[in-house]
Design a protein around this ligand. Structure first.
Ligand SMILES: [Zn+2]
Length: 243
């Protein structure tokens, strides 16, 4: 937990968390082991003995959401890697930029991370970052996500976009989440039909995300070897879905 806390200064997270429950995704595929820090985060003992809840999945709070200004570079390199199989990556990282136009108080920038098994980052964004909507403002919202939305989130986002006509959302994803599933495809189509711009992250987007949302210590980001190839792979899949 220390790693995660220090990785996101000013982090807001639920302190009610008890030991994490079963990790369906983790247990299904193990071709690629998650990094040590990721594992540490999962096995952290309850802090300070403050929390006496039993580690029952049903008692978990609905959200385990962490948000902050810039993320740990280690998490970025693991979570955003656009590999075809996302084993061990059972979180979603959502980096956001919000421009509310002239008259509004500047640009909002930050990141949110979640666990697929609890609340999702997309929903948390509209609860924590942009809970209110003023139809007089023009919102330009850009997300750089480690993986594309699940079907439930896509449907919720489509509803939000229909209700908030002056909010324009662009989602750039490193990977497509379970893109072979018909309901996922339906969700992405609904999202696109609601006006959301969807595309995969290009190597330049990874560099931009590194520069903008990561504690980069002014290091230059070097995209991994197959970054462009993987982008093209996913972009083809996405184009097939949205055609
Ligand atoms: Zn979701």
């Amino acid at each position: 937990m220390a790693d995660r806390k220090s990785s996101s200064s000013g982090a807001v997270s639920s302190r009610l968390t008890v030991k994490r429950k079963d990790r369906a995704e983790n247990e299904v595929k193990k071709e690629e082991n998650p990094p040590k820090e990721g594992e540490n985060a999962e096995n952290t003992p309850v802090e300070n003995g403050e929390n006496t809840e039993k580690p029952e999945p049903m008692e978990l709070p609905p959200f385990e959401i962490i948000s902050g200004d810039r993320m740990d570079p280690f998490f970025f390199k693991f979570q955003f890697k656009n590999v075809e199989y996302s084993s061990g990556r059972n979180k979603t990282f959502l980096c956001y930029l919000v421009d509310q136009g002239p008259g509004a108080s500047g640009l909002l920038r930050g990141f949110i991370e979640d666990e697929h098994v609890s609340g999702h980052a997309e929903e948390a964004f509209f609860q924590q970052v942009l809970p209110n909507y003023d139809p007089a403002l023009k919102y330009t919202v850009t997300w750089y996500m480690s993986s594309s939305p699940c079907s439930a989130c896509a449907m919720k986002l489509a509803e939000i976009l229909k209700a908030r006509k002056s909010l324009h959302l662009s989602i750039y994803s490193a990977r497509l989440f379970e893109w072979e599933e018909p309901e996922i495809q339906a969700g992405l189509k609904a999202l696109a039909a609601a006006g959301c711009k969807l595309r995969m992250m290009k190597p330049l987007d990874f560099t931009y995300t590194w520069d903008t949302f990561v504690e980069n210590d002014e290091q230059t980001f070097m995209p991994w070897e197959d970054c462009q190839e993987n982008y093209e792979y996913y972009q083809d899949k996405l184009a097939d879905i949205l055609q």
